[in-house]
Structure formats: structure tokens, C-alpha cells
Design a protein around this ligand. Structure first.
Ligand SMILES: [Cu+2]
Length: 247
């Protein structure tokens, strides 16, 4: 029932719930489109000039018109109150505990995604704007003890499958938007704000990170890759990056 929209593969724990709402909204819109379309054609024929030479200024008096309006209103309110608001609050009210989750910072800039892993100590090193340069786009302080083992990448977000991921999302310049279609995640990255986003990947695979806000002339090339990997593969990658750091 959910595949008729042609959505990307659902690869996170909450993906199907989002799809369900999208599907219901589309069904409602389809019913409205066809319903109003048929009614419009009926009105054109029924009130054509040859049959109705004099205009009526009183409008429709029939009861059924109000019932139809009321029905549409009830369907929209039901979608919002029964489905959308509970799903939204489940997504944003509380984060999963950091212990047991993969925690990562993503800092957007024109036109790249900077990714920051806390390393083996699970603590992010200090970052400061004065340290930002082309070789250190995150401004990470490697002299900070917590920052020595931190791993950074550009346009590559590797994550393990099967446990929650918390992304602390921010931006260095303008408003960008982290779009992970297969995770059913889309969140604006706003300068000056650190916005947490979380999801639980349920499927391995490699897909595009899309910037979903028109963020400047190079917006079209602000493309990254995210890869959902088995835990062992992810751990091996982190270990490899850690060895590269110590060389
Ligand atoms: Cu962007």
C-alpha cells in the first residue's frame, strides 16, 4: 500500500510511519482533486447559460455541501492530531541516551558537509573559529586532550546499522538542510544553532546526502555520501582512521 508513491527505500526505524502519513495525505489529496474536479464539470454543465440565463446570487442552500466541507475538515484534523503530531513529538521530544548511540557532529558549509566523530574517548574535542582554515574546516583543536583522537571527514558520513544515531547539526555560514532520504530525515542546519537529529538505521547501504535548502551558487554540488555499515565494518573503519591519525 505504501510503495505506490515511489519513495526511496525505507532504511530507518521510523521510515514506515512517515510513509504512512505521506500515503494518507496523498490519498486525501487525490480524493479531493477528483471530487472537486467532477463537481466543477457538473457545475459547468448544470448551470450553463442556455439553461440558466439568470444568475442566482443566493448560493447553495443544500445541507450536503456543509457535510462535505465538514468531512474534509475532519479528515485533515484527524491526519494532523491522530497521526502527524504524535509521530512528530516521538521524533523530537526526547533523544535516545548518548550511551548506546552513535554520536556525531555535522557542520554544513558552502558547499560541503564536515563530519566530526569524537574518537575512542567518546568526547568531542574543543573547536574554535580562530582555528578554522582550509586544512581544518571544523576548527578542531588538536592540542585539546579530548580532540587528539577525534576523526573528521568531508562529505562522507559512515554510520553503523541497528542502533540509534544522534547527529548534532549546525552550519558555518548560511541555512543548509541535511537530507537523508532513505532515513526519512530532513533537518535545517542553521548558523548559531546546534540542532540534534536522531534516527535508527535498519538497513545497510550507501546513498547521497542531499542539501535540501538552496544555499548558494554551489548548492547543486553540495553532495555527500552516507554509508550505513555493519557494526564490525564501521569499527574497522574507525580503527583505520585512528591509525592514520597517529602516523
Ligand atoms: Cu547547502
Amino acid at each position: 500500500m505504501l510503495d505506490w508513491l515511489g519513495l526511496p527505500v525505507p532504511a530507518s526505524a521510523h521510515a514506515r510511519e512517515v510513509d504512512q502519513i505521506m500515503s494518507l495525505v496523498h490519498w486525501l489529496m487525490l480524493v479531493l482533486l477528483v471530487g472537486w474536479g467532477v463537481f466543477f464539470v457538473y457545475v459547468l454543465v448544470r448551470f450553463r447559460r442556455s439553461r440558466q440565463p439568470l444568475a442566482s446570487y443566493h448560493g447553495v442552500k443544500a445541507r450536503w455541501a456543509s457535510w462535505v466541507e465538514g468531512g474534509v475538515l475532519a479528515a485533515v484534523v484527524a491526519l494532523l492530531v491522530i497521526l502527524s503530531i504524535p509521530l512528530w513529538s516521538a521524533r523530537v521530544d526526547a533523544l535516545p541516551p548518548e550511551r548506546g548511540s552513535t554520536v556525531v557532529r555535522v557542520v554544513a558549509e558552502q558547499f560541503a558537509w564536515n563530519v566530526h566523530y569524537p574518537g575512542a574517548d567518546r568526547v568531542f574535542g574543543r573547536t574554535h573559529i580562530s582555528l578554522v582554515n582550509p586544512d581544518n574546516p571544523l576548527g578542531l583543536d588538536r592540542h585539546d586532550p579530548a580532540g587528539r583522537d577525534d576523526i573528521t571527514t568531508i562529505n562522507r558520513l559512515n554510520l553503523p546499522v541497528g542502533r540509534p544515531v544522534i547527529v548534532y547539526l549546525s552550519s558555518k555560514d548560511v541555512v543548509h538542510s541535511l537530507g537523508l532520504p532513505q532515513m526519512r530525515i530532513k533537518q535545517d542546519a542553521t548558523p548559531g544553532v546546534v540542532q540534534p537529529v536522531w534516527f535508527t538505521p535498519t538497513r545497510t547501504g550507501e546513498w547521497d546526502i542531499a542539501c535540501s535548502q538552496l544555499c548558494g551558487l554551489g548548492h547543486y554540488r553540495m553532495r555527500g555520501v552516507y554509508s550505513i555499515q555493519p557494526q564490525a565494518q564501521f569499527d574497522a573503519w574507525l580503527a583505520r582512521e585512528a591509525t592514520l591519525l597517529s602516523q
